[in-house]
Design a protein around this ligand. Structure first.
Ligand SMILES: [Zn+2]
Length: 556
């Protein structure tokens, strides 16, 4: 029995794990690599397996970095069921169709740009090809192990999980193009045999909107707590992850042979914070042979949620008093609904004056509709509010903006007012238009409610930049910038450790139900290196797999 780490290893994107037994192959998540070009080019690397031989795909939640490669894998031949909670199925449909559309648009824009700037384009194509080859190399050999692994790694026992880095795809599907060369049935030989410039068009969309739509009929609903057999000898149970609507922790009971010994493997998916609005807290599980845990916030703690809500209220009051504009860049799924929920609560409690709220994100509007349709995912507090006749998913009198025309018209509205618009990192979407209008307006406030990725416009503004470039134009920053760090869809370090700690609580290593290994995934290297020793201090054995590493689960 093997587990292959095909993404989300030493990085936060591209989550994908393949469980391989004597009689089944099951994928857990199938996410897209996002972010830097070195990372996103990994989406183009030939799959590590033959998708036609995969029995089933289990999806933890609808974020693109967990579901974004599904249409690609379906186009390559996967035809099995994709198991997900009903809420995840709806959200994943929204996310995947949008992703296909964006990729087509991006490819078209790229085409036009290449025609206007042929020399730069040729240079960039060459860089892309180099990145692609580097990714192929990495896929083939596995990444360098972390520095000082042998002496500093918290796994003090000195023994390592036996690994094999080359995951053998079936010969017929391995090469992207061109002859596989002699020994083409061997993955390594096939990849080594690739010519220097590979015949894969890196500028083509990874998949189209149509191809995304073609994947949707494969989805099958599974309820929380219901155990289903997803492949011969593989039983799955989904539990609340408290991350976004429908998100799940997946627990697998796996046996190589009928009646043979069983292994329990728990995949955390993305774990939410406790006590966040709308959703229940992440479920606590206590027994497993192996745990695969996310580590996004390893080494970091969130500001308390109360403090986040206090800053939100204070900012709204300041903007209202000054007759200004509040702009909240926000991700469409999860964060927007959470911010609206908190604004509605603040208003109900009389802590903020009622000023108009523009919700300017077609995607967020659709996501909110999906949130409304899934009360089975709500926590007690939200259920009680609904039972009491309140509407916590709606801010009274909120103006839902549909067309681009309506979006532009907001600039002429009577102040004060608030705008919540996508996306959360100012990397695109309607929020950019509002930013253009408000950046040099001293009566405007931009409130960041989410993490701003390194090098993004949002990160520059947070760092106090006096000028920024928007659409190639240098603009003075005269608006007020504020940030809240307490709203997060992810557990922070102490919450992660509490969750993992439940697998050993009151017991010692070697006791039944105490994991043999805790695989630390879905984190940047610094976060993983911070978290792993603390997992070891709980009496567990952490292990940080690298991309395309395979581990043997038959070890003791
Ligand atoms: Zn997520």
């Amino acid at each position: 029995m093997h587990l292959h780490f095909l993404g989300g290893a030493r990085t936060v994107t591209g989550s994908q794990y393949l469980l391989e037994t004597a009689r089944a192959r099951v994928l857990i998540d199938c996410g897209m690599f996002q972010g830097s070009p070195n990372e996103s080019v990994r989406n183009r690397v030939p799959l590590a397996y033959d998708p036609r031989e995969v029995n089933a795909l289990l999806l933890t939640h609808a974020h693109l970095d967990h579901c974004g490669l599904i249409p690609h894998v379906v186009r390559e031949g996967f035809a099995g069921p994709i198991w997900a909670t009903p809420a995840t199925i709806e959200l994943a449909g929204l996310v995947l169709l949008d992703s296909g559309k964006l990729q087509e648009e991006f490819a078209k824009r790229g085409d036009r740009w290449e025609k206007r700037h042929p020399d730069t384009a040729a240079k960039e194509d060459a860089e892309d090809a180099t990145r692609y080859e580097a990714a192929l190399d990495l896929a083939e050999t596995g990444e360098e192990r972390w520095p000082g692994h042998d002496d500093e790694h918290p796994d003090e026992s000195g023994e390592h999980v036996p690994t094999s880095v080359a995951v053998a795809p079936t010969g017929a599907r391995a090469p992207v193009a061109g002859p596989a060369g002699p020994g083409g049935h061997d993955a390594e030989t096939a990849l080594r045999g690739q010519p220097a410039s590979i015949d894969v068009d890196l500028d083509e969309p990874l998949y189209t909107e149509r191809e995304a739509a073609a994947a949707l009929p494969l989805f099958r609903p599974v309820a929380y707590g219901e155990e289903i057999e997803v492949a011969p000898g593989v039983h799955a149970t989904y539990a609340d992850a408290g991350h976004i609507l429908g998100s799940a922790i997946i627990r697998l009971r796996v046996a190589d042979a009928p009646g043979g010994p069983e292994r329990t493997i728990v995949f955390s998916g993305d774990l939410g914070q406790r006590d966040t609005p709308i959703l229940r807290d992440p479920a606590i599980l206590t027994d497993a042979d192996f745990v695969v845990v996310e580590s996004t916030y390893g080494g970091r703690e969130h500001e308390p949620e109360d403090e986040a809500v206090r800053i939100l209220g204070e900012t709204v009051r300041l903007v209202a008093d000054a007759g200004g504009v509040l702009l909240v860049p926000s991700f469409a799924i999860g964060r927007t609904q959470e911010v609206v929920w908190e604004l509605d609560r603040l208003l109900s409690a009389g802590k903020i004056p009622q000023i108009p709220l523009y919700l300017d994100s077609p995607m967020a509007r659709k996501a909110t509709d999906i949130y409304r349709r899934h009360p089975e995912c709500y926590d007690e507090e939200t259920k009680a509010l609904l039972d009491g006749g309140e509407t916590p998913l709606d801010y009274p009198g909120a103006i839902v903006v549909n067309t681009a025309e309506q979006s532009r018209a907001i600039a002429r509205a009577r102040r004060p007012y608030m705008i919540v618009a996508s996306n959360g990192m100012l990397t695109g979407g309607r929020v950019v238009g509002h930013l253009r209008n408000l950046i040099d307006d001293p009566a405007a406030t931009i409130l960041f409610v989410g993490y701003q990725g390194e090098g993004t416009l949002g990160a520059h503004l947070q760092a106090g930049a006096k000028t920024v470039r928007i659409d190639g134009e240098t603009r003075a920053v005269r608006c007020r910038i504020r940030s809240i760090s307490g709203f997060s869809a992810h557990a922070d370090e102490s919450e992660l450790l509490d969750w993992v700690g439940a697998f050993v609580a009151g017991r010692k290593p070697g006791d039944p139900g105490v994991p043999r290994r805790v695989f630390v995934v879905h984190g940047d290297p610094e976060a993983q290196d911070a978290l792993a020793p603390k997992i070891a201090a709980l009496g567990l054995k952490p292990y940080i797999p690298v991309w395309r590493e395979a581990v043997d689960l038959d070890v003791d």
